[in-house]
Write a protein that binds this ligand. Sequence first.
Ligand code: NAD
Ligand code: WQD
Length: 336
Amino acid sequence: MILVTGGAGYIGSHTCISLIEAGFDIVVYDNFSNSSKKSLQRVESIVERNIPLVEGDIRDKEVLQDVFDKYDIDSVIHFAGLKAVGESVQKPLEYYDNNINGTIALCEVMRDNGCKKIVFSSSATVYGDPKSVPISEDFPLSATNPYGRSKLFIEEILRDIYVSDATWKIILLRYFNPVGAHKSGLIGEDPNGIPNNLMPYISQVAIGKRDYLSVFGGDYATNDGTGVRDYIHVEDLADGHVKALENIDKFDGVKAINLGTGQGYSVLEVVKAFERASEKKVPYKIVGRREGDIQSCYADPSYAKKVLDWSAKHGINDMCKDAWNWQSKNPNGYGS
Ligand code: NAD
Ligand code: WQD
């Protein structure tokens, strides 16, 4: 049985589908601080089976222990965490408590129950402002905000756990920019309030909920002056987790692995691709740079290919098409 913390969230819900389709049994653990029970109900309708769910906080070791008592947990995929960069600057203590103390509590309960395999949701944010692109796993690590620092610290904590006990198997998956939605249009990204991230913001402009997109910076040294990122379809990301679990027993040590496509797109290229996919106009205005943003960030994905035999299958057109399918079928997300 695989324990999926944060399994009701955006990436977690898509990964639940891929895990079940690959034949894994799962139990989801979530406190619903940033998700809806509807996402899991819809996952259940897609996979046509019930998924065991425990409502709880990863910082609550008693509830976690109950899960280990009730289910025979072999491995953990650990998505649960807070993820908004700007909010983390305003609420650093909440972010460190939730993300770091939560991971420590989870690992303590895992250790106490002899469960020592974990796939952790890390982020390309741990590369800070990279010296060059594409970014490979051996690049120097740094962080510029509490969210990123929580990921960096957790990576270090997991390394220390391995140093103390080499029977642990630990994979750090460093996601680039996850976008898109399940092809059914039943599950997708459902941000609270005004979206921080590009793709949900564009989707809300296209559906008419927002007037225009503010493009943060038109003076970067990129082909059209706007920032470049490695957008990756959430279904590809989900498959990356299946590959990680399928291969984890082969690995020694802590493996950090990039999950990206290796292809960078500028903000304006994404806008154009979205307009094509949705057949809607996405008005935009170029405004000043957003504080903390970097110019260009995309993966060297060759290590994932080598050790997991994984590479992204979907391009930017699929990502926009599926994001639009979800947005147009669910104009108010799970509250629709
Ligand atoms: P999400 O907010 O949709 O999902 C996170 C889930 O964890 C939510 O369902 C939330 O309710 C749950 N959760 C949060 N704190 C919890 C706690 N203390 N106890 C139990 N459950 C808790 O986010 P997501 O986009 O699916 O991201 C999943 C993971 O991937 C996160 O760790 C995030 O930092 C990481 N990540 C996300 C991105 C991205 O852009 N979406 C990029 C890189 C890494
Ligand atoms: C993408 C590009 C913006 C919104 C963030 C986190 C990172 C990771 C993924 C979790 C940039 C531009 C955006 C808008 C815009 N999350 N943009 N107008 O900043 O690359 O990464 O999400 O780990 O840690 O920092 O993603 O989607 O916010 O921005 O012009 O309204 O779109 O400047 O170039 P980012 P994003």
